[in-house]
Design a protein around this ligand. Sequence first.
Ligand SMILES: [Zn+2]
Length: 177
Amino acid sequence: MAVLKLYEYPDEVLRQKCERVSVVDDKLRRFLDDMLETMYVDKGCGLAAPQVGVTKRIIVLDDNPSDEDKSARRPMFLINPEIVWRSEETVLFNEGCLSLPDQRAEVERNEKVRVHFVDYNGDEREILADDLLAIILQHEIDHLDGILYIDHLSRLKRTRLLNKLKKYREEKERDKA
Ligand SMILES: [Zn+2]
């Protein structure tokens, strides 16, 4: 398995509408494994293909990405995921994103979603998700349409977050020098 290069805001690849996958073969499964490895290494709980520079409708996630107890992990691979139903109830969750390092903000999401997708073996599946899983799914599926969680924030909150990101990157550069 390999750790893939992460693409960060404001890279254009994060703003593309991704293409559907037509074949699930060993080559694709290798890519899925690499995506999952990259997600764990970077301590994320979800990763979408455009975040590693591939504009295909693929996400990987884990709503229990424990480092101490790897047997407790719950990895999921979703190809061509589609939200087919959303609950009316919404929840606020403090989200982060590997493409906007070190930042977090509260985003309003539907509490439950039903998602149709193709799995690791190429089989069609559907899940009804709630809690953290529902939030991760909405965040990651947004990525496949070029949408970032900051797009759900007010202009003021977004500007504030992007300023903090700029500062974080400047400090990181300074530490390197
Ligand atoms: Zn993200």
